[in-house]
Ligand binder design. Structure first.
Ligand code: FNR
Length: 382
């Protein structure tokens, strides 16, 4: 923040807007409509995405005065790893459709700040290349759980060999939802973005193909989609992942307190309370509305992370106050990537961290751990 003020004295303005609402519009003006539609789009009528935003509006922060919050300490730790702030970058697939450097740029920007960026199974760069881009930074890997156990084992082996430590297993996307903007674009983003994706570079997956994906992309996509589709998994099958992964496992896409309990009972280390940013079940509850009940159910047993709808630091403060240990930022950083690759992701992330530092302090708190539900009040009438 002080840097931006100082630049102002020299007549320089930030390269990317610091206004969260303007960020999306600016990306929309830059990207091809099919690419922007994929990133900004939601399931069905968009009602869940709107509910996510509305849910933040129904809570208000109640600032406290004279609390000696002039200096703050945002640091936290998760699964034994020290983080500069309770903020991560959410897994987002096919990032090359918004910028050629895609996940490599995201990984470099996040690693430069010590923030974990969760690498998606549907990434457009390989596990090994993204691991290099992470340098000395944290390495988290997100799994879309294949139906073929050999492919699952192969992908997880590669992730482990590449130094990834925490595994995030996304449960809410066992098939893609009805997403009108992508349907209207005939899923061009997927076909263009997955050509170099992780499964396509995976030896166990390639062994199942008649011809290499470089020669027969359509055939590879047709083989890939059913492999990640279907509900033949069950809570009991999580033991397979436990066998294949010796680090922490976090289940992403939990919205019901009973499912949170089952995750804890199954020996999982954490969950992400998430509705995939409103991109899966249209009409689903807001992720923030699910959070307090889930924290009450399992907050003392496993780590409860949160995403969906975070657009500003005050949203982060609200999620932390409602019991999230950390939050994952989704679309805003992808818009930063669209604007300026690595630098764009860094600018957006630094902006959120600086805003979080200020908002926390101005609300009267020195550390995220000091926040509680008592830091908030329900908006009148909600
Ligand atoms: C996603 N998300 C996602 N999640 C996941 O587990 N694996 C993935 O590959 C993707 N891909 C993806 C692509 C795009 C374009 C978006 C916008 C989202 C979901 C993501 O991790 C996160 O849950 C949401 O983005 C959070 O919502 P907001 O913050 O974007 O509203």
């Amino acid at each position: 923040q002080s840097e931006i003020y100082a630049q102002g004295l020299e007549g320089r303005t930030p390269k990317i807007t610091t206004d969260p609402a303007a960020l999306e519009d600016a990306a929309g003006a830059l990207l091809e409509p099919w690419a922007f539609g994929y990133v900004a789009g939601n399931a069905g009528t968009g009602s869940t995405a709107r509910a996510n935003a509305d849910a933040f509006g129904q809570w208000r922060i109640v600032p406290r005065m004279l609390t000696d919050a002039t200096t703050r300490d945002l640091r936290t730790s998760l699964f034994g790893e020290d983080l500069p702030a309770p903020v991560l970058l959410a897994p987002v697939g096919v990032q090359s459709i918004v910028h050629p450097d895609g996940e490599l740029a995201t990984a470099r920007a996040a690693a430069g700040l010590g923030v974990p960026s969760v690498l998606s199974t549907a990434a457009s760069h390989t596990i090994e290349d993204v691991a290099d881009a992470c340098g000395g930074g944290p390495r988290w890997f997100q799994l879309y759980w294949p139906n073929d156990d050999d492919v699952t084992a192969s992908i997880l082996r590669r992730a482990r060999d590449a130094g990834f430590t925490t595994l995030v297993v996304t449960l809410d996307t066992w098939t893609l939802a009805w997403r009108p903007r992508d349907l209207d674009n005939a899923y061009v983003p997927f076909v263009r973005g997955v050509g170099t994706a992780i499964p396509f570079s995976d030896p166990a997956f390639r062994a199942l193909l008649d011809r290499p994906p470089e020669e027969d992309l359509a055939g590879a996509v047709q083989r890939w989609v059913p492999m990640f589709t279907g509900t033949d998994k069950s809570w009991g099958r999580l033991s397979l992942l436990r066998q294949l992964w010796d680090g922490p496992i976090v289940l992403k896409g939990i919205l019901h307190a009973d499912d949170a309990r089952r995750a804890a009972d199954a020996g999982m280390d954490g969950i992400v309370v998430s509705n995939h940013g409103g991109r899966q079940v249209d009409g689903a509850i807001a992720s923030l509305d699910a959070l307090p009940l889930i924290v009450e159910a399992v907050g003392d047993r496993i780590e409860v992370l949160f995403d969906s709808g975070i657009r500003s630091a005050s949203d982060v403060v609200k999620a932390l106050a409602l019991g999230a240990r950390a939050v994952l930022l989704g679309r805003p950083y992808v818009y930063g990537l669209a604007h300026g690759g690595e630098e764009g992701v860094r600018d957006v992330l630094r902006g959120v961290l600086a805003d979080l530092d200020l908002t926390l302090g101005l609300a009267g708190y020195r550390t995220p751990a000091e926040l509680s539900q008592g830091s908030l009040m329900r908006a009148p009438g909600s």
